[in-house]
Design a binder for this molecule. Structure first.
Ligand code: ZN
Length: 187
């Protein structure tokens, strides 16, 4: 059961007049609760050809490895969000951000924006949202324990791109849509 955020009355799912999608609508004050896709910003943080991964201390995907990433906050840019998440998850400073991967995940209403960055001074620790953090060589990546499809794809793009490109500023931007059949659940 859902209640109106505006007046507390019980709200109902219906298509508002002049609209074409069902929304949560309040029959009392007529407030329409729009739900739109969310932006998740993150960073692939590189140090001496290794990638910084964090093992999640929170649900969803507790215990799985991820790149620092999370929901964008109001008042920050996407790159600032990626830097903030890197601090929160790995107590690390991500510098020189370059836009790298963009993923549409329409069936769960998410957009992932990943920046290719470098690790300042090679320093990191374990943030409060992580069980452990570590730098991985390509052949050490725990592919079967990666938390999210967008993270897996970003790692694959990086290891492929770096075979032919050495300067991070010259990496291409990858833009993809991740379909429902990738086994992604809505968390
Ligand atoms: Zn209301």
């Amino acid at each position: 059961m859902a209640y109106c955020l505006q007046c507390g009355h019980q709200a109902e799912h219906k298509i508002p007049e002049g609209d074409h999608n069902p929304r949560l609508v309040c029959p009392n004050c007529h407030y329409i609760h729009y739900e739109n896709p969310k932006v998740i910003c993150g960073a692939i943080v590189i140090h001496q050809d290794k990638v910084l991964l964090c093992r999640r201390a929170i649900e969803p995907r507790y215990g799985y490895w991820t790149l620092p990433a999370g929901f964008m906050e109001i008042g920050e840019t996407m790159a600032e969000g990626a830097a903030r998440e890197t601090i929160e998850e790995a107590a690390a400073i991500a510098i020189k951000p370059n836009l790298y991967c963009l993923y549409d995940i329409p069936h769960i209403g998410q957009i992932y924006v990943l920046y290719l960055t470098e690790l300042k001074d090679g320093e990191f620790d374990v943030g409060p949202e992580s069980l452990e953090c570590a730098l991985f060589e390509e052949d050490e990546i725990p592919w079967d324990e990666i938390a999210f499809e967008a993270v897996k794809r970003t790692l694959k793009h990086y290891f492929k791109d770096r075979q032919t490109i050495s300067d991070h500023g010259s990496f291409p931007i990858h833009q993809e849509s991740i379909p429902k059949d990738k086994g992604i659940k809505r968390y």
